[in-house]
Ligand binder design. Sequence first.
Ligand code: IPE
Ligand code: IPE
Ligand code: MG
Length: 234
Amino acid sequence: MTQTVPAHVAIIMDGNGRWAKKRHLAHTAGHRAGAQALKKLAPAVEKLGVKYLTVYAFSTENWKRPQEEVSALMKLIHEYIQQYIDDTKKNDMRIFIIGDKSRLEPELRRKIAELEATTETKPGLQVNIALNYGGRDEITRAARNLAKKTARGEIVPEDITETFFANQLDTGSMPYPDLLIKTGGEMRLSNFLLWKLAYTEIYVLDKFWPDFTINDMRKAIDWFNGRERRFGGR
Ligand code: IPE
Ligand code: IPE
Ligand code: MG
């Protein structure tokens, strides 16, 4: 049977904390192992033929965590953004950050802008990293933008169709995610991509994120191929 490779895969990379706890390590060690797992996975996912990979790295609610964990995570994110900048010559991935960047440190924002600009024209896998991202926040920001455009007379309310609205969201006109993978075993969306996941197939596995490998991705894609997607039809 020929396999269909989903064009857009989204991942809730959950379970770093439990991974670390199991090993009697600090949370931060789990986050570090998680960041490494993503770095290793992305080129392999590209080889499978996936076009878009959207991963949840830090939510709008994660600021509620202890200050040491938040600052360690921000430091780690900064370090990895720098690594991705240093590696741009070695790979052909396009990297894009989704979420509300305005709350991030100016220096991190500058690095993000540099990474996005240097990879913008790359022909390979598009990796969207969700940073200070919340599904409700994304919809709220899109609504606010549309209200501003309407107030300025740039659009009229009738211009706001479903497609028009979708294009205002952080992933713009990219195809909707076909497959959502969540590690760590918990059956909830944790405020990820709420609008665009409406008809996405959801695959939850018990493994913690740092242990997720390309083999697990293959299994998820096999499972995806067995699904009958009806989109509300018969
Ligand atoms: C996911 O791992 C990464 C982030 C939320 C930044 P967690 O830190 O949530 O891991 P668990 O769920 O506590 O195991
Ligand atoms: C979701 O995981 C956010 C990320 C993976 C970045 P959380 O661990 O924050 O979600 P909840 O609190 O378990 O729903
Ligand atoms: Mg978690």
